[in-house]
Design a binder for this molecule. Structure first.
Ligand code: SF4
Ligand code: SF4
Length: 567
């Protein structure tokens, strides 16, 4: 059974490396053996590391949450089986840096006993935001290799209308076949997961994209999707890196995702087929993400195949299960040969982003060819799917001209390795780009730190100044309120008493002045009387004498003629 053909578009560049997929699809997938110990790093995804919520010595059940998401972009971690927590500490992790990170170690008890869980029987009756929360709590992240928390991509916001949900079954990188085997063996889980995602996104339509080098997977998915309304299956011509999100959006919808933009910006959401199956298990079975399909391949194993592996399982146990020839392994790679990275140890744990382990032999890797000067042939630009200028990026990265390299859109580079693959001078171009990106991030971190330090210093100075001013203000206030040491103590002021005193003084002054005047007048009268008595008495008319007497009697202080006469 095949799906009705849908229109496809083309993307720029790309290459056709040797596939090397057939080796690991010769037998059905199987369950990996339960190891004695599981080591679970708390950082298995994009975003902040989870925080442990268990303690050493605690017994846990399969599916029990042992570490909580720490922030919005983060994912919880669950116990992949029942057992006992024997350690929480730093352990080596599968990362290009080769560093260690905080991990929880479980000693498995072999009972594989599940914790109780609740399933959503009818998701169509469930609010999309509740569905997203279940997916988040189940620790589901993108299983295509990136590990971005899945619930975030299912939350486009009320402003964004999703027209197309693309389910990525392309798996374009050589050697990797885990998605291929899942599509062949369990297509129903994928289709059920797609139904849930469409409901959560309210997406108009869904297209499942599968490369034409996976005919069995295509047939299987077409059969499962038959009759499901709004779901189409697209068989796309095999070309690397078609599985990269921006390239796949172009192929399926004809739309270009803008530089520094997201598929969401053109009304598209992309999820991997394995993520769809994990979402189905989280919603319909109530099971968190505790395992995944992993391709174990390369000429270093005699029995390359796909295994369903519990997270935390040591890789060397998987290699043993695939009949490894340890002495033949030249390089152990996690991921594919194009975008994967070399591991420093075989005893590292499988995590959520481990889709493939390649035990590569010397023969497989080929003779290491010497690096030659760039001959400016332009082959790298011809194959770049992002239409960058890899040669210029190389020059500026090499010269550490970090501003220039950004002008040439370094951060649009998806590190697909097409340019390095075709370079006749064998220049490891992608390594230069990774170096430049790392240098820019370091520079930005340092600038950020310097800005924070400057801010802290300014704040410190402001605080010192403020404290100084406050001290001075306190001192001035204290000084003003303190009595002066040399000044006599002022008696308490009584206004009423002062007023009485002033009034008494005024009365006294007036009375003294009156008494003085009276005394003067009496003295003057006495002198006049004395004069009169001493001189012979002239003959006076009785009228005049009477008049004079009347005048003195009526006005003794008068200054008129009579008074002048007195003087
Ligand atoms: S392919 Fe290699 S040699 Fe040719 S231009 Fe690009 S970097 Fe230079
Ligand atoms: S690695 Fe970067 S520059 Fe090179 S082809 Fe891919 S996207 Fe272009």
């Amino acid at each position: 059974m095949t799906s009705a053909p849908i229109r496809l578009w083309d993307f720029h560049g790309g290459i056709h490396p040797e596939q090397n997929k057939r080796q690991s699809t010769q037998e059905p997938s199987a369950q990996a053996r339960m190891p004695a110990m599981l080591t679970l790093p708390l950082h298995q995804h994009i975003g902040a590391a989870a925080e442990p919520i268990v303690e050493v010595g605690e017994t846990v059940l399969k599916g029990q949450k042992i570490a909580s998401a720490n922030g919005y972009v983060s994912a919880p971690v669950h116990a992949p089986t029942s057992g006992k927590i024997v350690d929480i500490g730093d352990y080596p992790i599968p990362h290009p840096s080769g560093l260690s990170a905080l991990s929880i170690v479980i000693e498995t008890d072999g009972r594989d006993e599940w914790t109780s869980y609740a399933a959503e029987q009818d998701y169509t009756e469930t609010n999309p935001s509740h569905l997203r929360n279940i997916i988040r709590e189940a620790g589901v992240v993108g299983l295509g290799g990136a590990g971005f928390p899945a619930f975030i991509k299912l939350n486009p916001g009320s402003q964004k209308k999703i027209k197309t949900l693309i389910i990525n079954g392309v798996e374009c990188e050589p050697y990797i076949t885990c998605d291929d085997m899942l599509m062949r063996e369990d297509p129903q889980s994928i289709i059920e997961g797609i139904r849930i995602m469409r409901h959560a996104l309210q997406a108009e339509r869904c297209v499942i994209a599968i490369e034409d080098n996976k005919p069995e997977a295509y047939e299987s998915i077409c059969k499962a999707a038959s009759g499901v309304e709004g779901v189409n299956v697209a068989l796309v011509p095999t070309r690397y890196p078609q599985g990269s999100e921006k390239q796949l959006v172009k192929v399926i919808t004809g739309k270009e995702v803008p530089s520094n933009g997201l598929a969401l910006d053109v009304g598209v959401v992309c999820h991997n087929v394995s993520t769809a199956a994990a979402i189905y298990r989280a919603i319909r079975l109530g099971q968190p993400l505790i395992s995944r399909m992993v391709t174990i391949t390369g000429k270093g194993v005699k029995r390359p195949r796909n295994l369903e592996v519990l997270f935390g399982t040591p890789m060397d146990e998987l290699l043993a299960q695939c009949d490894v020839e340890a002495d033949q392994i030249e390089r152990l790679i996690m991921g594919g040969p194009m975008m994967g990275f070399a591991l420093h140890d075989t005893n590292l744990p499988v995590i959520k982003t481990t889709n493939c382990i390649i035990a590569a032999t010397r023969e497989e890797l080929g003779v290491e060819r010497p690096v030659m000067p760039c001959i400016r042939c332009g082959a790298c630009a011809d194959v770049c799917p992002v239409k960058l200028l890899p040669q210029q990026l190389y020059w500026y990265s090499r010269a550490k001209e970090l501003d220039k390299v950004q002008e040439y859109d370094l951060f649009d580079c998806i590190e697909c390795g097409c340019c390095s693959y075709v370079c006749p001078s064998n220049i490891p171009l992608v390594q230069f780009y990774r170096f430049a990106k790392g240098a820019i991030w370091t520079q930005e971190q340092e600038q950020k730190k310097a800005a924070q330090a400057r801010q802290r210093h300014e704040f410190h100075q402001m605080r010192i100044e403020r404290e100084k001013q406050e001290r001075e203000a306190r001192r001035a206030k204290k000084k003003a309120s303190r009595p002066r040491a040399t000044a006599p103590k002022a008696p308490p002021v009584d206004g009423a008493k002062i007023a009485d005193k002033m009034r008494d003084e005024a009365i006294n002054q007036r009375e003294s002045a009156a008494a003085a005047r009276k005394a003067e007048i009496q003295a003057a009268l006495a002198r006049v009387q004395a004069k009169k008595s001493a001189s012979p008495k002239p003959a006076q008319s009785p009228d005049k004498t009477q008049k004079s007497a009347i005048t003195k009697k009526d006005n003794p202080t008068s200054t008129h003629d009579d008074d002048q006469q007195v003087q």
